[in-house]
Design a protein around this ligand. Sequence first.
Ligand code: HEM
Length: 361
Amino acid sequence: MATVYRQVMSWLDERFGAGSIEDFLRHKTIPLHRHTVWYYFGGMTLFLFVVQVLTGILLLLYYRPTPNDAFESVQYMVTQVRFGWLIRSVHSWSANLMIFTVFVHMFSAYFLKAYRKPRELTWVTGMLLLIVVLGFGFTGYLLPWNTLAYFATKVGTQMAGSVPLIGKWLLIYLRGGEEVTGATLTRFFGFHVAVLPGLTTVLLAMHLLLVQQLGMSVPPGVERSIAAGREPARSMPFFPNFLLRDIMGWYAALGVLGALAAIFPWELGTKADPFAAAPAGIRPEWYFLFMFQTLKLLPPKVLFLDGEFAGILGFALAGAVWIAVPFIDRKVGFGRVTRFFTGLGIFAIGYMVVMSALVFR
Ligand code: HEM
């Protein structure tokens, strides 16, 4: 093992410069304090993304992106192809777990103030990744062309149609026409397997490069107690100590994924019939529920604006503020401003949870 390691290292050194890889691995450290656990969520999201890429490539071997064939090709995969059901189920579960971990990662970076100078761009590339990840969820949902997905896409693209200024254009662009048809499926397939993976690769490279360059942040509360001598400044080498812990987490995640996929195989439902009436209780995936419920609760008119339009405008503004947070909160240290932004984050989570729960009333 040690010989293989030395050989790999010397090969890398020859190609990339003497000692550079080993330096990189040895010199990166992870701060140790009461919030260290949150540093695992970026790596966990990365792991689930890799699972998505690998299972997605396998799904592509059988999937056919046309309204006539899509449903049947998935049905064939889960009933006839050996372990096809498992691959599809892992892909769907992992997609949902990844969206969950990316939210945990975002909120932990937010609460630990990891977005503050000099990590503004790390935050912005992260937010763009979040949008792309939600895009993966939205486009992937339609691909099996089943009833729930068809009508949820109708509702979702309708909501996109209410976006200020570009709404109408966005609706036609997403649907490939006025209605959700085969053109929509072709587009969503293209976004899901080509455009979004391409964007993710570029954004992820930037995100990870920035993390590598800037090192891990230490939360202001911890910095304060280190400065006051209440706790020592401690850290752990990234390689091999932190990476081995990361790998243990990934291994556990693989176990959870396998168990979820086998015990609760992802359902396929019935084939979409565009001419049928929308079934009752149609709703989007869980991560869009808070927006869906907000729009449902709004009255037809808010001041002089159309209710849905006002809601989407509100979300667009809140999203813009959230992306720009590193440029608004330019404080260093720990004080009233820090508490204000922490309060804002708690309000955001509370809002999302309560609104989502209201759907099931
Ligand atoms: C595909 C999605 C993403 C992946 C794979 C990813 C991956 C990572 C990894 C591996 C790290 C280093 C370890 C860690 O802090 O957990 C990191 C750090 C970071 N990420 Fe992400 N990330 C993603 C999305 C996001 C999002 C949505 C945000 C917030 C808007 C974000 C903001 C940050 C920040 C600020 C850091 C630096 C943390 C620090 O220095 O303490 N990331 N990310």
